[in-house]
Design a protein around this ligand. Sequence first.
Ligand code: NDP
Ligand code: MG
Length: 404
Amino acid sequence: MCKERAQEIVIISTRRKVSNGDTMKYITILGSTGSIGTQTLDVVRSNKDIKVIALGAGSNIERLEQQIREFKPEVVSVWEEEKAKQLANNIKDLNTKVLCGMEGLMEISTIEKVEIVVTAIVGMIGIRPTISAILAGKHIALANKETLVTAGHIIMPLAKEKNVKILPVDSEHSAIFQCLNGENEKEIDKILLTASGGPFRGFTREQMKNVQVEHALKHPNWSMGRKITIDSSTMVNKGLEVIEAKWLFDVDFDNIEVVVQPQSVIHSMVQFIDGAIMAQLGTPDMKLPIQYALYYPERRVLGGDRLDFSTLGQLTFEKPDMENFRGLKLAYEAGRKGGNVPTIFNAANEKAVQLFLDRQIAYLDIPDIIEASMSTIAFRNNPSVEEILLTEQETYQFIKERWN
Ligand code: NDP
Ligand code: MG
């Protein structure tokens, strides 16, 4: 099924080329049914000059069908073949084509007329579609940090070669990107990456022992997908973001400092060589970084709450607790070692979070699994995509043998 459909798409995309003077922005969203995906569609809905050409999802075909009926994409892709067939049957009355699997994801990432691919898929499954999109010359609005963490050494040079922009959607990286607007990246002294500290800020390891899934899924400031919410609680998310920042802004790990800012008002800061610090502030709303990435360098009107300094009260700052939140410390270690170690870090975390959400391991097993994986799986320097995926499998196998 996947193959036949894939051929049809090539025909669609060559038939309708972008005409000169066409001001519509054509986009593909990978992970449209998730938290970032649905907020991207909110941004599309409130702007009249973005056309969704393709959507990709994992298994939530009910939500995807609603999106198809509203946004009328030409093509969609669903990960599971059975679900794709079911969806194709449910939307027989429409002209939208349905693809599936990795082939489908890669196909919708490379449609000729698409200008920007929003990578809002979760996990390192995003690597291959992202690379395909760059090879096809698409700008990337990047939310899917796991891809950059594991394959940044491939993606960043490739994007440069293909003259493709990697536009950060992650709020901290968007903040840094905004602070760097009009600045010279060579004049950065350090990046001050802010962190809320998550729901367990101030907890000791003893207090974290009994953390259950429901506790960890309650983030104080942001409403996000399940995996990133757990990652925020362990501070692994901040660790992934440190590595993401290294690749996006070409800054050494010694020059990336995490600052806990519990109110999530300062989304991140840049300190320059003359000591000046630029910060981006606002209410926590992912639609801002999403819209900024889609329209960069233009700013568009965006509804929603504004920061009110008269009621804000105070902004507070703390040092991150790397002893009790080992995920962050291990991320720095993985980033500094380089090679396939960030992949081991990320893959171990992806698997551990899944096991925790399935209630098969305890909360504190998450950093233990990451640490054990990092000290067991063989080092590979400058890994290719195949070696990254092999490292992922080796890590999963190790965890399966030791923890399942
Ligand atoms: P969600 O879990 O809410 O959504 C994940 C999306 O990925 C869903 O659409 C899901 O589809 C899709 N997906 C999962 N597996 C596959 C697959 N194999 N093939 C195709 N699609 C798949 O995650 P978030 O939106 O929270 O996060 C997405 C990415 O953005 C993550 O990398 C996260 O770290 C990053 N990010 C998120 C932020 C947020 O505020 N949420 C902030 C900053 C970064 P389905 O639901 O149909 O299974
Ligand atoms: Mg973030």
